[in-house]
Write a protein of this length. Structure first.
Ligand SMILES: Cc1cc2nc3c(=O)[nH]c(=O)nc-3n(C[C@H](O)[C@H](O)[C@H](O)COP(=O)(O)O)c2cc1C
Ligand code: SF4
Length: 684
């Protein structure tokens, strides 16, 4: 390596025992829930291979691969207790090794962090019968034979990983079984596994001794460990650092991967894995302290989202290897871009944590604005140029869908112009970022706008496109990405009296003093407006017909909203509909109804009723252009999902191919818009 790159601390190799890691960037273990039957099959392999291709030195696969049958998968975890996993892991390792990317795996017994009512219906266990709020199981107390059995399971799991040709393993020891022995909060035993630190570490040392006996002294074994639970009565910082010292000096481990905080509730989890609007790299200094105290290899990840912070983590000697885990979900080619001097082209991780929330909510991790991640078999991370003719592409609307379609079409080599009705790009993302806590989401827009600039695509602002504006461009392809407009929920009366969440977010209408917010959508749109209202100082009641509010949003994204609602005294009423609104003098009277009891009603007197009920497509231009098009707007979904040309020729003389994407079709979310933008356009 020559020139300035040679001096980049991030790109310097790192020697871990016999293993040379070619740079300092890694992806820490995370379970994207891409497993099939508990095995890391093609989807899993391609996901990691893409990061390997993208230049990272080490990918840690399998968040929380389970070593025992009585640790049933909680979020798609790999079954490292089964021999069949060896060839799958081996194939995965080979495809990363091809790019000189090392591969390790995290193994664990989930302990109380899972449910009993799945897989083999075996009882969940823990050192003591202390329930984990997040997964809600009441665990049985581990007996002597459980301890023996699980120690042996760790050893045979480690052997399988070694047999597969992986470069190493780490134990997961935060919020799972192993650290359950360490913490005074979860260890209430009265035997030799509780009391002194020696006793609380007894299980850990039994495991490492059994694993070492199974895999030998050379195989790399590390531990991802909590070194401070950061909660009253939990494992203290002093004890955590002492544990780190003892593990490091035991000569049995090869690295420490440092965690600070707890994961037993959604709120706690966001302390360990902070989401958008939360501080950057909050535990980096702490990880540095552990490195200083132990003089041992230290890895760490927690919202080190940009290259500058990652570089600082290494340059300042706080870390040996820096984890950029979600950043690689957003852009698997970070290191390659750094090496090419294209740091500014990295697709930014905006902290939305759609990825992590979806392992529970949707059964697979997906990035809010990279639709290729996890779909590497069909969707390209790097768009190839067309071998066919260069087409004139007109994109109507510069929201996320339109921007993505324009970017992809331009990468294909087509001549693209974007017409945008307003004075700025971004569509509903511009509304979302009016909530200051979510302002980072603008990265979704800014990255695309700068990519369009690089690709020479013109965005014409303040153009309300009519049929003639579009046909005057003489396009071969017209992409309608005009988004939608807010609609009211069904009300018996009072449509004209309510305010939309858009009006609040845009600032067009100021929050009132006594506000009833009716969210009949269930996602961020309503919550974000409600958060803005609550923060304005208004007395707010949130009403939702759902069993719990905002069910379309995952647990981690729920946290900051609920924090605001508790801080601001927001009243939350679920299982209730707003039926109608009427005016009474200076007040608005909202009549509430129930799906459960016919005739039940209640009333609220407020000065403002704000509603959220999604959007209706803005599709006039689509319908106007439809008769002129070759495909008459039709899409062949079979062809679309199989990567073939999805536009049937319905009218051979038609002037152009026409399709619509994103909310211009039906109100959905940012990922859906971006996915449409990519998949409809990538084969043009
Ligand atoms: C989808 C997903 C699943 C995760 N699962 C695990 C896991 O099983 N074990 C683990 O130690 N960390 C897990 N993590 C946490 C990551 O390893 C990492 O600590 C976290 O994302 C913070 O780093 P980042 O800010 O670089 O993303 C998961 C993260 C994500 C996004
Ligand atoms: S969903 Fe958000 S947090 Fe997750 S990788 Fe994508 S941008 Fe980052």
């Amino acid at each position: 390596m020559n020139g300035p790159l040679a001096n980049d601390p991030l790109l310097r190799p790192y020697q871990l025992k016999h293993l040379t890691l070619k740079n300092r960037v890694m992806s820490t273990s995370h379970e994207p829930a891409y497993s099939e039957d508990g095995m890391p099959k093609a989807r899993y392999r391609l996901y990691h291979a893409e990061k390997a291709k993208g230049g990272m030195a080490l990918t840690m696969t399998a968040g929380s691969a389970i070593v025992s049958r009585d640790s049933p998968a909680a979020f798609g975890n790999l079954h490292v207790y089964r021999d069949e996993i060896v060839p799958w892991l081996s194939e995965l390792a080979d495809s990363c090794h091809e790019h000189d990317c090392k591969v390790m795996i995290q193994i664990t017994h989930l302990g109380r962090r899972t449910g009993w009512n799945k897989a083999d219906w075996l009882p969940v266990l823990a050192p003591s019968p202390v329930r984990e709020p997040a997964h809600r199981a009441f665990p049985k107390t581990m007996e002597d034979w459980d301890i023996d059995r699980i120690v042996a399971d760790y050893a045979s799991a480690a052997q399988r990983c070694q047999a597969a040709g992986l470069d190493g393993i780490e134990f997961e020891s935060y919020g799972h079984l192993m650290d359950g022995f360490w913490s005074p909060l979860t260890n209430r035993r009265d035997d030799e596994f509780n009391g002194s630190l020696d006793n609380r570490l007894r299980f850990t040392f039994r495991v490492i001794d059994a694993v070492r006996a199974a895999v030998g002294p050379d195989f790399i074994v590390g531990i991802r460990m909590v070194a401070d639970e950061d909660v009253e009565k939990g494992l203290s910082r002093a004890e955590g650092i002492e544990i780190a010292r003892r593990l490091a000096s035991s000569g049995k481990f090869d690295f420490l991967n440092i965690i600070r905080g707890m994961i037993d509730t959604d709120a706690a989890l966001t302390g360990v894995i902070p989401i958008t609007g939360m501080p950057s790299a909050p535990h980096l200094d702490f990880a540095g302290e552990i490195r200083e105290a132990t003089k041992f290899p230290v890895f760490h990840a927690a919202r080190i989202s940009d290259v500058a912070t990652a570089r600082h983590a290494i340059a300042s000697g706080k870390l040996d290897m820096v984890g950029m885990t979600r950043p690689h979900i957003a852009d698997p080619h970070i290191v390659a871009k750094v090496m090419r001097g294209e740091e500014h082209l990295i697709r930014p991780c905006v902290g939305a944590t759609y990825c992590l929330d979806r392992i529970y909510e949707g059964g697979e991790a997906l990035c809010i604005h990279n639709a290729a991640t996890g779909r590497e078999d069909m969707m390209p991370h790097v768009i190839s140029r067309t071998h066919g003719p260069v087409k004139k592409v007109a994109v109507i609307g510069a929201g996320p869908a339109g921007l993505e379609a324009a970017r992809v079409a331009a990468e294909r080599g087509h001549s693209v112009v974007v017409l945008e009705a307003t004075g700025q790009a971004g569509g509903q993302v511009q509304l979302a970022v009016r909530n200051p806590r979510r302002k980072e989401l603008i990265g979704i827009v800014d990255w695309r706008v700068s990519e369009l600039k690089r690709l020479g695509v013109e965005i014409r602002y303040d153009v309300w496109a009519e049929q003639d504006d579009v046909t005057a461009l003489g396009p071969d392809v017209v992409i309608i990405a005009t988004g939608g407009m807010p609609q009211n929920p069904p009300l018996d009366a009072g449509d004209e009296l309510v305010t939309s969440s858009w009006d609040i977010l845009s600032g067009a209408v100021k929050p009132g003093e006594h506000v009833l917010f009716y969210d009949d959508n269930g996602g961020h749109q309503g919550m974000s407006a409600a958060e803005v209202i609550a923060r304005s100082g208004a007395e707010l009641e949130l009403v939702s017909p759902e069993r719990f509010f905002a069910p379309e949003m995952g647990g981690m994204n729920h946290v900051p909203y609920m924090k605001t609602f508790h801080e601001k005294g927001t009243r939350i009423t679920i299982n209730t509909r707003v039926k109608s609104v009427r005016r009474d003098g200076n007040e608005l009277v909202a009549t509430l109804g129930s799906d459960f009891v016919k005739g039940w009603h209640d009333e609220r007197r407020v000065d403002q009723v704000v509603v959220e009920h999604g959007t209706v497509p803005l599709d006039e231009i689509y319908h106007a252009l439809k008769p002129l098009s070759r495909n008459l707007g039709a899409v062949d979904y079979e062809a679309l999902v199989h990567g073939a040309n999805p536009f049937p020729e319905r009218q051979p003389g038609g002037a152009f191919t026409l399709f619509r994407i994103g909310d211009a079709v039906a109100g959905r979310n940012i990922h859906a818009a971006i996915y449409d933008g990519l998949r409809f356009t990538m084969n043009l």
